[in-house]
Each structure stands twice: as structure tokens, then as C-alpha cells.
Design a protein around this ligand. Sequence first.
Ligand code: SF4
Length: 299
Amino acid sequence: MFVPQRIIFEKGALNYEIGKNIYQEFKNKEKTEIINLTNNKDKEHIPGDNIRDFYKEGKNTLVVGVKKGYKFQSCKPSAHWQLPLFSGCLGNCQYCYLNTNLGDKPYIKVNVNIDDILDRSKGYMDERKPKITIFEGSGTSDPIPVEPYTHSLKRAIEFFAKSEYGRFRFVTKFDDVDTLLDIEHRGKTEARFAINTIKVIEDYRNLLIYLNEKIPNNLEHPITFEVISHRYTTRAKNIINEVFPDNILPMKDDDRTYKYGQFGYGKFVYPKENLAYMKKIFTENIEEIFPDAEIKYII
Ligand code: SF4
């Protein structure tokens, strides 16, 4: 469970149940400073004169806010829409894809107006029905470390369990899932666990916490794999090099292929030959070790 050094409540956040629960959980904890804002200028309350210190302090900060006036972001190819319940992650993985969009907002943010957000998802489902609409709960976050006191994922899972045309999915690297066990999900939610090779864990993680990376051996449900190779944007690379000046991530642009992306900015991916080799290795190994598993994609 994430115990932040500071919690910033944006204006109005304490009027909602999730905001109140977070406040109750931490109001008497000495290690956690509570900051109540009358505006939404979160960053002014996170110390750090340079991006490196700000990033470190941001990773110890929880912002509790109310999401207003927004459209859902698309989330291709794995889902149709991002469900904007959270953003950010407390992990310190150097290769993190969030650096592109959230490099200057490294804190975890929880949006407490969950009823409104879930209600809006109905409109997106109506547009597509009778086709199924898939919502991603962790498009720009890892929500598990705050779940024990937000219960937002639980609410979303129960909501989609009752929905005819909606499905929900989320991914995590954390194992603090006790509050999610025994939920009535009716098979409408897909939980994914992100795992890495030992080399990646040892070389590219600045661990503040232990991340669970073992594949459970008692899985009763169909197993699927989504295999993703490292990629970076120029913006992410610049932030990573400032925050982790000693990193040894392979980010020489000349060694990569530039690929134009759907969001208007390109990414540096591995060249075709490397990807072909990666596909071969992962396909062979997964087929051998998990003969019943489905490989959704290897990119
Ligand atoms: S756990 Fe995932 S989302 Fe969090 S910092 Fe690491 S790569 Fe980024």
C-alpha cells in the first residue's frame, strides 16, 4: 500500500466519498502531510527546484482531484477508451512509458468523482452497442498501490460486471490485490500483470518498493500474453536522462527505427531484424511453457 509523504486535496475533492476515505486513512499519520488547496495548482506544493528532485518528490505525492469537463482518451489497440480514474505511478522504472506525457507530473492522481466518470462511460457504450466497448483502467497509471483506500478499481469492476456492452481491463506490477479478491466480476474484467526479465529488473529499476514479477502457478483462467519491446519518444528520453543521469538504457537514435504514432508524435522502436528475433524467441518459449496460452501481440 502506498503511504505518500504528502497528499494534496484539490478544491472540492473532500466532498466525495473517496476523498473522505483517503483523508480518514491519513489524517493522523505523522509521516504524511495533508495539503488542502483552494485551487488546483498541485505542482506549487511539491518541492524540488530541478526536474530530478521534483520527480523524486512527485513520486511520493498523492493528488486527490475532481475530473471535470473532459472527454475520454482513446486507447488503441488494446481497448477503446481510457477510463480516467487515475494517472501516474509510484514506481521508478527508468524505461517508463509515462515519461512522455506525465514526466512533468510524476505524482499519482486519483479522481474522486467516480460516479460521474462511470456514468459517462455509458454514453461511450451507447455509441457502439450492440458492439462491446472496452475500457482501460490503467492507460496512464498503475492504480493498485492506492486501491486499498480508494477502492476505485473495485467500484469499476462491479460496475462493468453489471454492464451488458462494457468490458474493463487494467494492468499492474504490484501485488497488493487483497481488496480485489472475491469481487463479483462476472468475467467482464481482465487483470493483467506486467512482468520483466531479471536483467531488466536489475539494470533499469530504481526500486523503492518490491514489485511482484512471478507468474502465479495456480491460474484457473485462460492465460494471454502481450509482449512489448522497449520504445521511447524524444521527450521521454530527455526526461529520463535528466532524472536518471547514470542510466544505461539503450537510447541511441541511430540504433533504432523511427515509427510515427497515432498521437502525433513518433517513437524510436527496435529495428525490424531485432523485433523478428524477439518475436521468434518469445513465441517459441511461450508455446513451450504455456501451450494453452494465447499470444495477443508481440510488438
Ligand atoms: S511500474 Fe509501470 S507505470 Fe509504474 S513506473 Fe514502472 S513502468 Fe512506469
